[in-house]
Design a protein around this ligand. Structure first.
Ligand code: NAP
Ligand code: G4F
Length: 348
């Protein structure tokens, strides 16, 4: 009998990668999508075009009753809770919704499993995040954050995720559920939403190359992130749920790079060397050959509190799960720019 997996947030970046991975492994894959679509709806059709094997379930993470019905009907062997308000900048603008979905939504999922009487049989993965660490000097080990590092979230998103992290652990300890969290550092790729900085840059570079855009506006160029490829990270999620006992794991590359470096490499892919002029909000990135301004600062993209530096230590996952990232930082930038260039010239 094939195993059944239920993925929330299946239409998001990781959801698509994970659904394909599980399908390839022989799972029957169910995916939760919010909304009130019928099969004729363009978004429904777009999801089915990309994942023709998918069984779409309409539900919202805020709706315990719909989630409980889904659990009762599907009786999944594995649940991957990827749905969230996931944009850190947006979470400052809508902190209440973020708390409800990204925080309490996790509790709804765990309760739905219990109400359906599946707490001893269904395995649960929670999408925790490096944002919970906050990147401050005092809690930042030189060798990178591990599973035991101190949390100090710096955004409504990070705070909501910390609730999700601890309630998952609490259900594991209270009800003996196979429930765990993957604490994932930033992971990107061709499915990344355009509101996140890497995709914003790769799409802008492709449009600048094809003459459809003049320049790009960014916020803090000096923040550093531990960036990997999403396709590598969903493999780690699956491996976590195949272990004998539930434990939390960090997935990261062990390297950190600034937004500035991402920009430089992305423009290099189209043969442009970027030189930086000026400081703070007046800084610009110019084409070293033509002197044309290609990068500008817009303080609108600054955050009320910033996470300056994230660096993860994936030793536990590498040792216990045998997980290792395959795509390195230059490979990631190249993959994203190449994808967006093909999309712009219409060959994708
Ligand atoms: P994403 O692309 O933003 O996908 C999130 C999905 O959640 C979207 O499909 C969204 O649906 C869905 N969603 C939002 N509110 C919902 C609600 N009320 N009910 C049901 N679904 C809802 O995020 P991602 O990058 O794939 O990340 C997956 C998960 O990992 C998220 O929980 C994120 O916070 C976490 N995470 C991500 C990273 C990373 O670097 N990508 C790192 C650590 C942790 P719509 O499509 O309808 O908007
Ligand atoms: O791409 P970002 O929006 O990702 P951020 O905030 O690191 O969050 C992502 O990774 C988390 C894991 O650590 C996930 F949990 C979360 O769900 C999400 O997937 O911003 C990265 C950095 C920030 O320091 C931001 O201030 O880029 C800086 N930045 C500079 N200019 C910008 C921009 N970010 C965005 N989104 N847009 C800009 O124009």
């Amino acid at each position: 009998m094939s195993k059944k997996a239920l993925i929330t947030g299946v239409a998001g970046q990781d959801g698509g990668h994970l659904a394909k991975l599980l399908h390839d492994k022989g799972y029957v894959v169910f995916g939760i999508v919010r909304g009130q679509m019928e099969a004729s709806h363009p978004r429904y059709q777009a999801i089915m075009k990309e994942m023709p094997f998918l069984n779409i379930v309409m539900a919202d993470l805020l709706d315990l009753s719909a989630l409980t019905h889904a659990m009762q009907e599907i009786k999944p062997d594995e649940v991957y809770n990827l749905a969230a308000i996931s944009h850190v900048g947006y979470s400052f603008r809508d902190p209440i919704l973020t708390a409800d979905v990204t925080g309490k939504g996790v509790l709804n999922m765990l309760e739905a499993i219990r109400l359906a009487g599946l707490e001893k049989t269904t395995r649960f993965y929670q999408a925790s995040t490096s944002e919970m660490f906050g990147g401050l000097d005092y809690n930042r080990p030189d060798t990178g954050y591990t599973e035991d590092a101190i949390f100090h979230p710096r955004s409504p998103y990070g705070v909501a995720k910390l609730y999700g992290h601890w309630i998952t652990r609490n259900y594991r300890e209270s009800y003996d559920m196979f429930a765990l969290s993957g604490i994932l550092f930033n992971h990107e790729g061709e499915r990344r939403g355009p509101e996140f900085v890497t995709r914003k840059i790769s799409q802008a570079v492709a449009r600048i190359k094809t003459g459809k855009q003049e320049s790009i506006e960014l916020g803090n160029l000096d923040a550093k992130r531990d960036w990997g490829y999403a396709g590598d990270y969903v493999e780690g999620m699956w491996l976590m749920l195949q272990q004998d006992k539930p434990e939390d794991f960090v997935l990261a590359t062990g390297e950190t790079h600034s937004i500035r470096e991402f920009c430089e490499l992305a423009f290099k892919e189209i043969g442009i060397e970027i030189k930086w002029n000026g400081e703070g909000a007046k800084e610009t990135g110019v084409d070293a050959a033509s002197g044309k301004v290609l990068v500008k600062i817009n303080p609108e993209f600054y955050r009320p509190a910033e996470v300056d530096l994230l660096l993860g230590n994936p030793s536990k996952a590498e040792k216990q799960l045998g997980w290792k990232r395959k795509v390195d930082f230059p490979g990631l930038v190249k993959l994203m720019v190449e994808y967006d260039l093909k999309a712009e010239v219409g060959t994708r």
